[in-house]
Design a protein. Structure first.
Length: 407
């Protein structure tokens, strides 16, 4: 049966756009559908947050030829300091210990989004439909048909494979009948750029507190991207604080490792929940990114995991050369490639939340002893660093080699 497209990707955020870039120039015809303009304030994938990119993500972006547009604006993470506020546990990680110049980089989300969309727009086999909203979907054994509101005008298209990448609260996922488990951590992450008194010297900091982690990530001009996790009931109060009062509260939680925090930019908040589909595969459809699994921001793993999933799906599609991109056998190959990494990261971030956000004396002793052992034992530290960088276990070719087809 002839279809309008081989693949329709619903969601033009960074994971959806990353998948499209990975399939640019392939034999597949692709529609990338996004409801919100990249320039709109309501587009969280293209705002001014600082994003922590793992080594694996940097390799994927290099394979997609996106990294050259970002390299000059990216701030390397050369050292990481993890600590337990008010306790004895800490871990120090250094890129040089792994023979690397950096364990990751920090970029502004807007810059990454623009670089990905430039790759999408340059590809002859990709149609970028924006603004366009999916109003209805009908899936049969052969095709998926989408009814669209394309900038106010009705439209429709058919495809062999429907990739749902429209975020944690995906309406399309619900329409398709996917079953999703949810765990609300009762926390909200407040994100803002801050300026410290001392030079960050390319250190990234994550400090665990009983209300959630506080992270400071290095940015250009000696700024830092801050992620301040608070109890849900405190979030509105923190957002309404004066800059001075907010900096005082953030300073109290983070400490003075970078001296006094002197300035803060605009603040945005994101509720923290864990969402996980019972299966990311359906008839003629697949969940990707936050639509498949939304995780706790411990260790900044969420976007990095989603982009590895996109790299894995692209690898399976490019290797199979299947004329039917939505063939169930092809989709099962994708799940076989990615399930181990997904479950490892989901379990790790959830267990960190359970371990750190309580005052049980035995758990405090165990977690801080574990942190010290990780800091002192080279084998433990190396294993921990490989996980943090997204290169542990079975990974897509782009992660292993930094090349689209594995070199």
């Amino acid at each position: 049966m002839q279809t309008d497209y081989d693949i329709a990707i619903v969601g033009g955020g960074m994971v959806g756009a990353g998948l499209a870039c990975a399939l640019a120039g392939s034999g597949y015809s692709i529609a990338l559908i996004e409801a919100v303009s990249p320039n709109a304030d309501a587009q969280p994938s293209y705002d001014d947050r600082g994003l922590s990119l793992s080594l694996a993500t940097q390799r994927i972006l290099a394979a997609l030829n996106v990294w050259p547009a970002l390299a000059s604006e990216a701030t390397p993470i050369e050292h990481i300091h993890v600590s337990d506020r008010g306790r004895f546990g800490f871990v120090r990680l250094h890129a040089a210990d792994m023979g690397l110049p950096a364990m990751g980089h920090v970029v502004v989300a807007r810059q990454l989004g623009k670089a990905l969309l430039a790759g999408v727009r340059a590809a002859k086999n990709i149609d970028f439909l924006c603004p366009a909203r999916v109003d209805d979907v009908d899936v049969s054994a052969e095709t998926a048909e989408l009814k669209l509101d394309a900038d106010g005008a009705p439209a429709s298209l058919t495809c062999r494979l429907l990739v749902v990448a429209d975020g944690a609260r995906s309406g399309l996922r619900e329409r398709l009948g996917y079953v999703v488990g949810e765990k609300d951590y009762g926390q909200t992450a407040i994100v803002a750029n801050v300026s410290p008194e001392r030079s960050h010297n390319n250190w990234a900091f994550e400090r665990f507190t009983n209300s959630g982690p506080v992270a400071l990530l290095p940015l250009p001009d000696n700024r830092c991207a801050s992620v301040f996790t608070v109890a849900r009931e405190e979030a509105e109060h923190c957002l309404a604080m004066t800059d001075g009062d907010y900096l005082e509260r953030l300073q109290n939680r983070f400490g003075r490792r970078l001296g006094r925090l002197t300035r803060v930019g605009s603040r945005k908040s994101y509720p923290i929940v864990k969402l996980e589909a019972e299966t990311p595969l359906g008839q003629r459809s697949l969940l990707l990114g936050n639509a498949a699994h939304t995780i706790h921001p411990n260790g900044a793993q969420g976007f990095n995991l989603g982009l590895r999933d996109a790299a894995g799906l692209a690898e399976i599609l490019l290797q199979s050369r299947a004329p039917d991109a939505g063939d169930a056998r092809v989709l099962r190959q994708y799940l076989s490639l990615r399930q181990e990494d997904q479950q490892r990261v989901i379990r790790f971030t959830d267990r960190l939340a359970a371990c750190f956000y309580n005052d049980d004396p035995l758990r405090i002793l165990c977690r801080d002893t574990g942190m010290l052992l990780t800091d002192l034992v080279p084998g433990f530290k190396r294993a921990f660093m490989r996980r943090a960088m997204g290169i542990a276990g079975r990974q897509p070719a782009m992660v292993r080699t930094g090349e689209l087809h594995g070199g």
